[in-house]
Design a binder for this molecule. Structure first.
Ligand code: PHB
Length: 390
C-alpha cells in the first residue's frame, strides 16, 4: 500500500515536472541564427551576430511574455551544412524563426525547409533577387543586387562614364549585378564593352584586371561579396588601373564599411551605390553606430550588421503583434508590411514580395579625421527590387 502511494506520488511529480517543462518551453521564443562564423565569409557572421545581440540588449530579451532565445550556429558558408543545421533547429530545438543566411546558396539550400515546416526564414544578408521566390516563408531585410546596381548605372553616364567593363563574382548576386547594371547603363546611353566573372572563392583578380586595362574603358564596374573588396582594390592599384585613368565604380559591397579603412587611399574617390553607409547622417544611425562600435571593440558596423539589426526588429515586432499565437503563418503575416526607420533610412517590407523596399544612396569614399567613409551625396527614394518589377 505504502509502496503504491509512493509510486503514485512519484508519477504525479514526474508529470508535474513535464508540464512545467512544457510550459517553460512554451514561454520561450527561439530564433535560430545560422551564419558563416568561420571561413572566408566569417566577417558577415561576426557583423550580424553582433548586431542581433545589440538589438536584444537594447530591446530586452523578453517579448509578449516570452523569453527570446537566440541560438547562433556556424555553417562555415557551406550550403549542405546550412541546410542540415536548419533541419536540426526546426526538428530538435523547435525554433520559431530561422534567420541569418550569409550567402545566396545558403539561403536557397534552406528555403524548402522553411516551406515544409512553415517556419518564417528571415534573410539578413543574401541578396540575389530570386531568393524571396524560393519559399513563401522567406522575408528579406538585407537588400537586392538589382536595387544596388541600377543606382550607379544612373549616375555613371551623367558623370562622363560611358564605356564600362564589368567584373563580378560568378554566382547569383554577381550575375544579378552584371545584368541590371548593363541594362540600365545601355538604357542611359552607355555601353558595357566586356563582362568578366571571377570565381567566388579565392579569386585571383590579376589576369582579369589585365584584361580591363587592355580594354581601356572609362570605368570598371565591380561586385564582389562583403569582405572581398580589399583584395580587389589592392590589385586594381597594383596593376596601375587608376593611373591609366580607369575609374572604379560598383555596388557598395566593394567599399564595405567593415574593411574600408584597411584599403588605404586608393579607395578615396570611389563612387558606389548602396542602401547603407555607416556615415548615413541620421540620428537613428548615429545612435546605432555609436552603440555597435562601443559594444564590439571599435568594430564599425557594415550593411550586413544593419540587415541583422533590422531583421531582429522585424521578428520582435511580429512577436509583439501575434503575442506568440498562431504559429509560423501568423508570425509571417505580421512581418509583412512592416514600415519603420532603420539606421539605413526609411524601410518597408513589401507584403506582396516579402522583400525590402528602401532608399539607394550614391556615395563617394572620402577621408574624414583620418578615417575612410562612404559619404552619401544623392538618393533614389523607396526602391523596390527591379528584379520583381515586371
Ligand atoms: C550573397 O551571397 O547573396 C551576397 C553576399 C555578400 C554580399 C552580397 C550578396 O555582399
Amino acid at each position: 500500500m505504502q509502496k503504491r502511494s509512493i509510486i503514485r506520488a512519484a508519477v504525479a511529480a514526474a508529470l508535474l515536472g513535464a508540464s512545467a517543462l512544457a510550459l517553460a518551453q512554451d514561454n520561450v521564443f527561439k530564433i535560430g541564427l545560422i551564419l558563416p562564423m568561420t571561413g572566408p565569409f566569417a566577417s558577415t557572421g561576426k557583423q550580424i551576430e553582433a548586431a542581433a545581440k545589440l538589438y536584444m540588449a537594447q530591446n530586452g530579451a523578453s517579448v509578449a511574455g516570452k523569453k527570446v532565445e537566440l541560438i547562433v550556429k556556424d555553417d562555415t558558408g557551406t550550403p549542405d551544412v546550412t541546410k542540415r543545421i536548419a533541419q536540426e533547429l526546426v526538428v530538435n530545438d523547435k525554433v520559431n524563426v530561422l534567420a541569418g543566411f550569409g550567402l545566396t546558396p545558403l539561403a536557397l539550400a534552406t528555403a524548402p525547409i522553411a516551406t515544409q515546416s512553415k517556419t518564417p526564414l528571415v534573410v539578413m544578408a543574401a541578396a540575389t533577387s530570386s531568393i524571396t521566390q524560393a519559399s513563401p516563408f522567406i522575408v528579406r531585410t538585407s537588400f537586392t543586387l538589382p536595387q544596388a546596381a541600377v543606382g550607379i548605372a544612373d549616375w555613371a553616364p551623367k558623370n562622363g562614364i560611358k564605356k564600362v567593363v564589368t567584373l563580378v563574382s560568378d554566382y547569383g548576386p554577381g550575375i544579378d549585378a552584371e545584368k541590371y547594371f548593363k541594362e540600365r547603363l545601355q538604357f542611359n546611353g552607355g555601353q558595357v564593352v566586356e563582362s568578366l566573372r571571377v570565381p567566388l572563392r579565392n579569386p585571383d583578380f590579376a589576369p582579369f584586371l589585365q584584361k580591363v586595362r587592355d580594354a581601356k574603358p572609362d570605368a570598371l564596374f565591380a561586385f564582389v561579396p562583403s569582405g572581398a573588396g580589399a583584395a580587389l582594390m589592392k590589385q586594381f592599384s597594383e596593376r596601375g588601373l587608376d593611373k591609366a585613368g580607369i575609374r572604379l565604380i560598383g555596388t557598395g559591397d566593394v567599399t564595405d564599411d567593415d574593411i574600408l579603412n584597411s584599403m588605404g587611399d586608393v579607395a578615396v574617390g570611389v563612387v558606389t551605390s548602396h542602401h547603407y553607409s555607416a556615415a548615413h547622417p541620421s540620428a537613428v544611425n548615429k545612435k546605432f553606430v555609436e552603440a555597435f562600435t562601443k559594444a564590439n571593440g571599435n568594430l564599425r558596423p557594415n550593411f550586413m550588421a544593419v540587415g541583422g539589426y533590422d531583421g531582429m526588429r522585424v521578428i520582435y515586432e511580429a512577436l509583439k503583434k501575434t503575442q506568440g499565437k498562431g504559429g509560423g503563418e501568423a508570425l509571417l503575416d505580421a512581418m509583412k508590411g512592416q514600415i519603420f526607420e532603420s539606421p539605413r533610412g526609411p524601410m518597408f517590407i513589401d507584403a506582396q514580395t516579402r522583400d525590402v523596399v528602401h532608399n539607394i544612396y550614391i556615395r563617394k569614399v572620402e577621408k574624414k579625421d583620418g578615417q575612410l567613409y562612404n559619404v552619401e551625396f544623392d538618393a533614389i527614394r523607396d526602391v523596390k527590387d527591379p528584379g520583381k518589377v515586371k
